[in-house]
Design a protein around this ligand. Structure first.
Ligand code: PEP
Ligand code: MN
Length: 352
């Protein structure tokens, strides 16, 4: 931590800053420049961060040297982390391909969608059983019945499943059915929920809040990691912009940035980012091109009857075509789609 003193700081104030820093148990390294004096604080940065140093008279600014997310930081772990969801690896050159409807619906439909996305190359099946809806009158999800349907369709077609957990009281229940727990954008800073999923041994898909900075996202990951759960996958799903031509603003620069700041895998979700099916394929390709470790897409076989997010769903054929194109981009950036047998229909048939 470095303290930058005001240009008009008096020598009494400079002495006081040094004494105060030392009284907190740190060593102080004073450096007088031509225009400004700075004080380097030597000691545990976390402890220094918690002290109200900017309130010391004569201090103009406090500049941290280390990022506040010490477990999520690449400094702490220079190699890419690989998160395993069932047999599927995400990160370190492996692409996770999550696909499925927004909400879990009836079993026959879930089977149809699971079969189609699996044949196209998806390696994780998704669907929400507890939905975080803006309106309390909107469809809220099938609850535990939905979890069973999701798990059964995933098992039939050989895919682990991811589903959203919206309430710390449901973590225990959802852990029984899901292979990966999703924290949605609206709950990215629900710290009680983050702490609860951090106590489980399930991989977590942590979506960026719609008004969250990259720093906020990494600090939320830190909540999970600090509980002992190292299996965190981040997800860029768009942030609020000023233009409602797209549902959200797809922040691809943040994906490239996160790859430099953190060892954690980061996926992209062009479905929620754009909200428009015709924009999803190009934005998915761009996501992998900038370094994303996977793509999260909503797919529905009949979007006009979908219980939620129908207008942004890709049809199974559109998803199939996208996956063909994604294989080309994956090859260009030297990554592989994680499940070895994804297009092996014999394996799929043997599970049915
Ligand atoms: C979802 O995945 O269906 C969802 C609600 O996503 P988000 O939290 O990103 O809005
Ligand atoms: Mn959705």
């Amino acid at each position: 931590m470095i303290l930058i003193l005001r240009s008009d700081a008096t020598s009494e104030q400079v002495d006081h800053v040094v004494k105060h820093v030392e009284s907190l148990g740190f060593a102080a390294h004073l450096s007088k420049g031509t225009h400004r004096t700075i004080v380097g604080i030597i000691g545990e940065e976390d402890e220094a961060r918690n002290a109200p140093l900017k309130a010391i008279p004569g201090v103009a600014d406090v500049v941290p040297v280390m990022p506040p997310y010490k477990l999520a930081s690449r400094d702490a772990h220079p190699q890419d982390s690989i998160v395993e969801v069932g047999d599927c690896k995400i990160g370190g050159g492996h692409l996770g391909m999550i696909a499925g409807p927004c909400s879990v619906e009836e079993p026959e439909r879930m089977d149809r969608i699971a079969e189609s996305v699996r044949k196209s190359g998806a390696n994780i099946f998704r669907g929400g059983a507890f939905k975080p809806r803006t309106s309390p009158y909107a469809f809220q999800g099938l609850g535990e019945d939905g979890l069973k349907i999701l798990r059964d369709s995933g098992q039939k077609y050989g895919m682990p499943v991811v589903t959203e957990v919206t309430d710390p009281r449901n973590v225990e229940l959802i852990v029984k059915y899901a292979d990966m727990l999703q924290i949605g954008a609206r709950n990215m800073q629900n710290f009680v929920l983050l702490t609860e999923v951090g106590k489980t041994n399930k991989p977590v898909l942590l979506k960026r809040g719609m008004s969250a900075t990259v720093n906020d996202l990494l600090m939320s990951a830190e909540y999970i990691l600090s509980q002992g759960n190292s299996q965190v996958v981040l997800c860029e799903r768009g942030v609020k912009g000023f233009d409602n031509a797209t549902r959200n603003l797809y922040d691809l620069a943040s994906v490239a940035l996160v790859k430099t700041l953190s060892h954690l895998p980061i996926m992209v979700d062009p479905s929620h980012a754009t909200g428009r099916p015709e924009l999803i394929p190009p934005c998915a390709l761009a996501g992998v091109a900038v370094g994303a470790d996977g793509v999260h897409i909503e797919v529905h076989d009949c979007p006009e009857v979908a219980k939620s997010d129908g207008p942004q769903a890709l049809l199974p054929d559109q998803y199939h075509d996208l996956m063909e194109q994604l294989r080309g981009v994956a090859q260009a950036v030297n990554k592989k789609i994680a499940c070895p047998q994804v297009t092996d229909s014999a394996t799929i048939e043997s599970n049915i």
